[in-house]
Design a protein around this ligand. Structure first.
Ligand code: ZN
Ligand code: ZN
Length: 288
């Protein structure tokens, strides 16, 4: 099976540019923001732009099922009731709409922060946020929803929701799996205390995913090494094999039979040590 591997690519100059940005460095999967991730307001996606994106994707070698949108950074879906919460739900609805029009099947969401109100309250806000965003989308009477929200694990920063696989299991049980799946970020897992530095650790983690959620609901892996130590709760991505997880862990992960058809997306730094192309090449070398 060919490796579905890519990076987070830029949409500068228009969303359709993402396709050539991805193919020009050899991606067989890619992730984008559908807008500037550091602003609340977003330009409406024009029909032209949407058609160009779909056409470019159709002519490329990338399968639409290996394309992903990541939610912008500002929303907090587990915030207590507030203007922030309302805006977050509106942004989520908007992103679901944009994914549906672009034909992108997966939208990755961060599970947010309960801001001191406690995990239980945070989870209940999050579940409400997701359900009302889908409801508002349905009420718009557009095409039938074909987007799955992928719940991404967190690094376990203070007040954050979803650093433990069991907690994500609980959230998924509340939401059901028809419109939801999970995305695991290796850097976040490691920072949250899951040792992924060798095949034993990788096996243990995947066994837990299998037991709690089922591998079939794991739809995406964010492949990032960790600059922070095991259990440090630091969300600091690093080049594959050069961080605290190291080469052996990644080798075991990308060659695991259970993940044969899994898209892997890197969100690694671009600096004088390596760029995206070098990290892509490096992972390909680790594949047996
Ligand atoms: Zn993320
Ligand atoms: Zn991260």
């Amino acid at each position: 099976m060919a490796l579905k591997l890519g990076v987070h690519v830029s949409i500068a100059g228009g969303i359709s540019n993402s396709v050539s940005n991805a193919t020009s460095i050899g991606c067989t999967a890619f992730q984008i923001f559908s807008r500037n991730p550091r602003q609340w307001k977003a330009k409406v996606l024009g029909d032209d732009e949407v058609q160009r994106f779909k056409e470019d994707l159709r002519q490329s070698s990338i399968n639409p099922d290996s394309t992903i949108v990541h939610m912008p950074y500002l929303p907090n879906l587990s915030a207590p009731h507030s203007e922030m919460y309302e805006k977050s739900v509106t942004t989520l609805t908007d992103e679901i709409t944009r994914c549906n029009s672009l034909g992108i099947p997966y939208l990755v969401i961060h599970l947010g922060s309960h801001l001191g109100k406690g995990e239980k309250n945070g989870i209940s806000q999050l579940v409400n946020a997701c359900q009302s965003a889908f409801q508002v989308y349905k009420d718009k009477g557009l095409s039938k929803n074909s987007v799955k929200l992928l719940l991404e694990n967190s690094a376990g920063q203070k007040n954050s929701i979803g650093s433990k696989i069991e907690e994500i299991q609980l959230i998924l049980e509340l939401l059901g799996t028809s419109e939801y799946g999970i995305c695991l970020d290796t850097c976040h897992l490691f920072a949250a205390g899951y040792d992924l530095s060798d095949d034993e650790g990788i096996n243990k983690m995947l066994d837990l995913v299998e037991k709690c959620v089922g591998i079939q609901h794991l739809k995406l892996i964010h492949l990032n090494d960790s600059k922070g130590e095991l259990g440090s709760n630091l969300d600091r991505h690093y080049h594959i094999g050069m961080g605290k997880i190291g080469e052996n862990g990644f080798k075991a992960l990308i060659n695991d039979k259970r993940l044969e058809n899994m898209p892997f997306i890197m969100e690694t730094p671009i600096d004088s040590i390596r760029g995206d192309k070098e990290n892509l090449g490096h992972v390909k070398q680790l594949r047996n």
